[in-house]
Design a protein around this ligand. Structure first.
Ligand SMILES: Cc1ncc(COP(=O)(O)O)c(C=O)c1O
Length: 387
């Protein structure tokens, strides 16, 4: 079929896809490649979780579940949110989803009207603006300052909140910069949003991966009636492939998300939900060991970048990324990322995958194993030696 014969919606034709996936696909096609572009824990899901899921499947947990998710899992999530993150939520305020990405989509579809605005501090995770547009809303990007290490500028964000605002999305810890926005600034933004009857959508999928300080949720910092918390098993529990996450918030929003979800994906995999239950209620040491390993790799990655003047990272407080200023190198972020891939076989993400504010930056993931990380830095060093 030629282009003129095809009948794509304007929505589909305008959707360009994520630059992270561009690098992912290109890297797949190369044999000897070091993958530092993707936020994928290299750890496999701990055995006790896999076994619980296998046992559940063998025992007949192979059917649809409630669209809200299994009752025991919703209760375990609420318990975790209360004890780990200080969020006053009970099981009725939780819906289990297919990863954080579906929780985010359901949150936006539930509260964004066509034409209403969603404020996004930027650089921002690659899917926020696209999901806002799929919901018919308009992304309003607020650039954060590189001089402040892309920390949350509460005043700049608050200035863009108005009665047209349906939501403000804050990612904490942040992908791509690894910043953990300070509690005072989050409180101020949450309060301003609530004053305008707008929701704070707090994307907390990296919440377990903080290297200093506490794991207080944004939902504990704002009026719980106006905070929607998006979370996931993917990163903190090494469960990306199970596609399991949750949305927690006021019951009317959770109920609305539930109705929309009946039309989209119906429910999460029953087997995955049993895995999630085991992850929350079983031993926590395997997950804590992962955080320790990321902490070591973060220190290693910072040591290596300290020796490379052309690569200047934002100091990361959480998640597993280094967002590095490479603006002294020739070409755009995408040019530099492609040259690194072609010349040295290292795959990284250009900063522009996170909006225009990411120009001049590359994102390196240290979620990989130590050997791969070391090989990646050796290759980056050799790339820079030739400039
Ligand atoms: C900031 C952020 N939010 C949400 C997600 C979604 O993750 P998942 O759908 O695997 O839970 C990701 C994945 O990379 C992310 O980086």
């Amino acid at each position: 079929m030629t282009d003129t014969e095809s009948r794509l919606s304007s929505r589909a034709s305008q959707e360009t896809g994520s630059e992270i996936r561009v690098m992912f696909e290109r890297a797949q096609a190369i044999d000897d490649v070091v993958r530092l572009e993707i936020g994928e824990p290299h750890f496999d899901t701990p055995v006790h979780v896999v076994e619980a899921a296998a046992e559940a499947a063998k025992g007949g947990a192979t059917h649809y579940t409630s669209t809200y998710g299994m009752t025991e899992l919703r209760a375990a999530i609420a318990e975790k949110a209360r004890t780990d993150n200080g969020v006053p939520v009970d099981a009725d305020g939780v819906i289990v989803t297919n990863g954080g990405i579906e929780a985010l989509a359901l949150a936006l579809l539930s509260v964004v009207d066509p034409g209403s605005e969603v404020v996004l501090p930027t650089p921002e995770w690659t899917n926020y603006a696209a999901q806002v547009e799929l919901a018919g809303g308009e992304p309003v990007r607020v650039p954060l300052s590189p001089e402040d290490g892309f920390d949350l500028d509460a005043d700049a964000v608050i200035e863009r909140i108005s009665d047209d605002t349906a939501a403000v999305v804050l990612c904490r810890p942040t992908n791509p910069t690894g910043r953990v926005y300070d509690e005072e600034s989050v409180r101020a933004v949450a309060e301003a949003a609530a004053d305008h009857e707008a929701y704070l959508v707090a994307d907390e999928v990296y919440e377990r991966l903080t290297y200093e300080g506490t794991r207080t949720s944004a939902a504990a910092l704002g009026d719980p009636e106006w905070v929607l918390s998006v979370n996931s098993f993917s990163k903190g529990y090494a469960m990306t492939g199970w596609r399991l996450g949750w949305l927690a918030g006021p019951e009317d929003v959770v109920d609305a998300a539930h109705v929309i979800r009946q039309r989209l994906s119906l429910c999460s995999s029953s087997v995955a939900q049993h895995a999630g239950l085991a992850a929350l209620t079983g031993p926590q040491e395997p997950f804590e060991e992962m955080v320790d390993a990321y902490r070591d790799r973060r220190a290693y990655a910072l040591d290596r970048t300290a020796e490379l003047p052309a690569i200047d990272p934002v100091a990361p407080e959480g998640a597993f990324y280094l967002f590095c200023n490479v603006s002294s190198l020739e070409g755009s972020s995408m040019d530099v990322a492609l040259r690194l891939l072609e010349e040295e076989g290292v795959s990284v993400t250009p900063g522009t995958a996170f909006g225009d504010a990411g120009e001049g930056y590359l994102r390196l993931s240290y979620a990989t194993d130590q050997e791969t990380l070391a090989a990646g830095f050796d290759r980056i060093e050799s790339f820079l030696a030739q400039r």
